[in-house]
Write a protein of this length. Structure first.
Length: 188
């Protein structure tokens, strides 16, 4: 039954024209794809449904009520922003759409849970996205580990060695002055 209605909806949507607002081309702020407004003009050719003019939205273009709001596969769409939201989803009748505002680590957690619970994710490919996020996180971890090692090496160098390198008295003052000049003359 639902498959038949989904097929009908698909056929209706294929025939549906773009509902373009009247005189959008005269006003830049309207744009071609902005919301439809019904033409109110007395002499409006679109309002009068003249032949060859743009079509107006009408009930005939509507999809069947039983499949309205369902995905093309026939599953109800549920917006997910936390891992707890997945517990409420029935995998055989509903599918998840992960919110745009979810961060990378939580998205990874949600995707792993969807694989465990066998829930369909409509807005991205779960396997590819998991691999992509894990690669990114591993590369970030390696970079931070390198930075920590370098910081430890530089911290191990005693201050006395640095002072010995700079020299004593006048040599040290000259070196400090040169460093200050470098900082001051550096262009950003």
């Amino acid at each position: 039954m639902i498959e038949k209605l989904l097929e009908i909806r698909k056929n209706i949507k294929e025939k549906k024209p773009d509902f373009i607002r009247q005189d959008y081309q005269r006003r830049k702020r309207l744009g071609r794809k902005l919301k439809w407004r019904k033409p109110k003009g007395v002499h409006s050719k679109i309002r009068h449904h003249f032949k060859g003019r743009r079509k107006m939205p009408s009930p005939g273009y509507r999809s069947p009520a039983k499949v309205s709001g369902l995905s093309p596969s026939g599953l109800k769409i549920v917006n997910v922003s936390t891992a707890n939201d997945l517990q409420k989803i029935k995998s055989e009748a509903e599918a998840a759409v992960i919110s745009k505002a979810v961060g990378m680590k939580k998205r990874l957690e949600i995707l792993k849970m969807t694989k465990e619970l066998k829930i369909a994710v409509l807005n991205l490919n779960a396997d590819e996205h998991i691999a992509k996020i894990e690669n990114f996180l591993n590369s970030k971890k390696k970079e931070s580990d390198k930075g920590k090692k370098e910081a430890k090496k530089s911290a191990k160098e005693p201050k006395e060695q640095k002072e010995a390198e700079l020299g004593t008295g006048l040599q040290r003052k000259d070196a400090e002055k040169k460093e200050k000049d470098k900082v001051l003359t550096k262009r950003i």
